[in-house]
Design a protein around this ligand. Sequence first.
Ligand code: TIU
Length: 228
Amino acid sequence: MKAITAQPYDYPLPSDTGIALIIIDMQRDFLEPGGFGDALGNDVARLQAIVPTVKRLQDAFRAMGLPIFQTVEGHQSDLSDCPPSKRDRGQASLKIGDPGPMGRILVLGEPGNGIIPELAPLPGETVIPKPGKGAFYNTNLEFLLKTYNVSHLLIAGVTTEVCVQTTMREANDRGYECLLIEDATESYFPEFKQATLEMVRAQGGIIGWTTTADCAIAGLNARFAVKA
Ligand code: TIU
């Protein structure tokens, strides 16, 4: 049985091809000034560091012909899918739906809601809009994963302790084997990222596994690389 070197122990790969990459919310709203992350008072620049690593994972999945799902957090233009609790929470300089430098904050289709150009999906790759922090809540993700016969999920994106961890917990409860890629996820708060990595792999992998992109790609190549 092939596996990826991981913590708290090696991550067993499926015997069939039931593996997918989920890239969470690598959208301008969280990575560029003038978006939702900035409006919440965060230093958005620190999320940029993972972009080349996420890109390497994306390229590896593309080369192996394995499915990639990207998500974007955003709301309908009438905010009908944005609970008032979400819009009103905190004391943000700009609230969800307000006009900002990259269009209306966290509204689907606005410039700020777009995936950063480096990670733009190719035609045919799936982008899932999501109104919540988790990627399963009020989306068709579970349906799509069943269609693709996916049992194993590699997870990347931002932010580690908010949308990434929520999605990983939702996936774990649905029976997916989840591997979080340590250097392909980032938080505005380094200590929250570290705590998330530790809590998901504690207690024998209570939520799943963690590993580096290098280990993940090496393990995937040994299992799935197309032979010349
Ligand atoms: N604020 C924050 O850390 N994250 C979010 O609001 N959304 C995601 O994590 N994508």
